[in-house]
Design a protein around this ligand. Structure first.
Ligand SMILES: *Cc1c(COP(=O)(O)O)cnc(C)c1O
Length: 217
């Protein structure tokens, strides 16, 4: 598949769900992809990208940003507190705010830097022990705490368990967002972005369906 196939599939899913055209934004997940594939997508005019490691993003995006206007770069992978400053300098949005310690570090840096990327809170909807994210039962309190720290929380993000029907998780995330007055929903990947669009995703994160299978480093 190619970028245009994915944008068409998203448009179709928006229409099928009775949603306005353009209400879902496509994050092209460029982690571990050869630079020429990323550049090809930039040359098609796409500007919204996702990376899941700070270090990897720092190695390629300053150069792309110097050569392409309007790049919008989102962190979709776990963030360690000691990399928060670098992440806040590099990314326009962070989808993985997931614990009090990180929230405090980001809040302190935001004050010092006078700016902060848009933030989304990762929710561990499947309550998987190995997975990052706040538990669904703790999400409301975490949203409130983050707001009390003046953090610009715009929405929620989830990665459903691989073995389960993703729609149940997308619906749960949408419900938590709605009751907290959050408008962004970052959910859906190559295998399930259409289901995510049907359940209200405003960002889908698609990697391999655009770029091809990831080359393991
Ligand atoms: C890698 C990744 C994606 C994209 O995965 P694909 O299945 O290749 O579309 C989406 N979200 C997160 C958090 C990822 O790490």
């Amino acid at each position: 598949m190619a970028l245009s196939d994915i944008t068409k599939a998203i448009a179709k899913a928006e229409t099928a769900a009775g949603r306005a055209p353009g209400s879902v934004r496509l994050i092209a997940v460029s982690k571990v992809q050869p630079l020429d594939r990323v550049e090809a997508v930039l040359n098609e005019g796409h500007r919204l990208f996702g990376e899941n490691r700070v270090q990897e993003a720092a190695g390629k995006w300053p150069d792309f940003r110097a050569r392409y206007d309007g790049v919008d770069l989102h962190l979709i992978g776990p963030l360690q507190s000691n990399k928060a400053r670098q992440a806040m300098e590099l990314f326009d949005a962070i989808h993985t705010l997931d614990r009090p310690k990180l929230a405090k570090a980001v809040a302190r840096l935001a004050q010092e830097m006078g700016q902060c990327p848009d933030l989304m809170i990762q929710v561990n909807t499947g309550e998987e022990p190995q997975k990052a994210g706040v538990l669904p039962a703790e999400a409301d309190a975490f949203v409130a705490d983050a707001r009390a720290m003046d953090l610009p929380v715009t929405g929620l993000m989830c990665i459903p368990p691989v073995e389960e029907e993703p729609s149940l998780h997308f619906a749960l995330l949408a419900k938590i967002a709605e009751r907290n007055g959050l408008k962004e929903l970052s959910m859906g990947m190559s295998a399930d972005f259409e289901a995510a669009v049907a359940l209200g995703a405003t960002y889908v994160r698609v990697g391999s369906a655009i770029f091809g299978e990831r080359v393991t480093p």
